[in-house]
Ligand binder design. Sequence first.
Ligand code: ARG
Length: 474
Amino acid sequence: MTDKSSGSTPGTWSGRFSEPVSDLVKRYTASVFFDCRMAAQDIRGSLAHARMLAKQGLISNQDLSDIERGMAQIAAEIDRGEFHWSLDAEDVHLNIERRLTELVGDAGKRLHTGRSRNDQVATDIRLWLRDAIDQILALITQFQTNLVDLAEIHAETPLPGHTHLQIAQPVTFGHHLLAYYEMTRRDAERFTEVRRRTNRLPLGAAALAGTTYPIDREFVARELGFEEVCENSLDAVSDRDFAIEFCAAVALTMTHLSRLSEELILWMSPRFGFIDLADRFCTGSSIMPQKKNPDVPELVRGKTGRVNGHLVALLTLMKGQPLAYNKDNQEDKEPIFDAADTLIDTLRIYADMVTGIRVKADNMLAALSLGFATATDLADYLVRQGLPFRDAHEAVALAVRAAEQRGCDLADLSREDLQALMAHVPGAAEKVGEDVFGALTVAGSLAARNHIGGTAPVQVRAAIARARARLAKA
Ligand code: ARG
């Protein structure tokens, strides 16, 4: 922003006022510093509006071609970084309109016929969000594709599954990764839904009540690729629920990536030692030479808080506003832009980061045997031999306690040991056959969970095939 002129320049509405605003108020009320990001959308919207005005005979064809020529030049100036953004002209809309009038004269002054900045800004922000959503959807697909590739490599790699951060049952690493595929699949569905409700045209609502000119809103909607027109002018200029929904969808996606980040951080800690992250996502310490810190996942976790803040900011922005437009709404842009920027960068980084995960399968397997992860399988084995589940649970708990005291895994106990340990539970010991050790192996435990949604490698491969089929259509 280069404009340094003082408060004395006459504004667009100077006729009504007897004194200029101070420089401070001018800076306080201006939005051009950030809404200049919507310049391309503003020009698109204005061109569609101008074409409609010409078609309806509200401006001449000569006016329209002047406007088109002027806008082409403005777009080129902006692209080249030569456009002079002026604080005096307050926002992106007035800056572009003022330059247009400089370039083409009266035709520029006719552009605002039948329109207000209120429906104009609502249109611009919807167009901007639509573009951002399309970019986000493509990036989610890219992230999922790389995630599924890694899941396929590890469709059979055993990982301790946790509940309460205590080792629970074996799962495959591929199965674990696919949980995040499912989360982000719902995230993509949410963005698709938000896009549908965002993709409606406010233009034509004018300031708040509609306009006296014979406009054609359906025409403008088609020109801009909107699926519908907003059907109430007051609502069209004032509500920002679509932006709130967008931030909610961003916050949820970031929340899912934050959970994955937390896992990567834990897994990379030497206490777990399950994975290593590629060096390009980590940093060292300025004082401790041995350190390799997972900075990128930590920042994803941290930036999730910031995005959650944007969601709360927008909800709070809206809650007290009477109909219709209020200047409060100008405050919607920075949270929207920052939420989109943060998610877009995070998804880009994550798509690359998952390809740089090195899995330490031996450590995962070693942790499994320390955690008695097949205890449930032993109980299920006893149930298959006819013991009621509650009794089986109790019998296995006794065996686990003994194994823990001896410092060995369940599979290290002999059949006779198991029988003796279960002696207190009537009917349990005689159910322990020679085949019990099949149930106690990790591979047996995994393969047994063989239904849709289960962790058996054959099911993981089937889930991967379904995911790939969906990704091919995305
Ligand atoms: N810069 C304004 C915004 O972002 C544009 C609309 C201004 N309308 C008005 N009546 N002051 O909301």
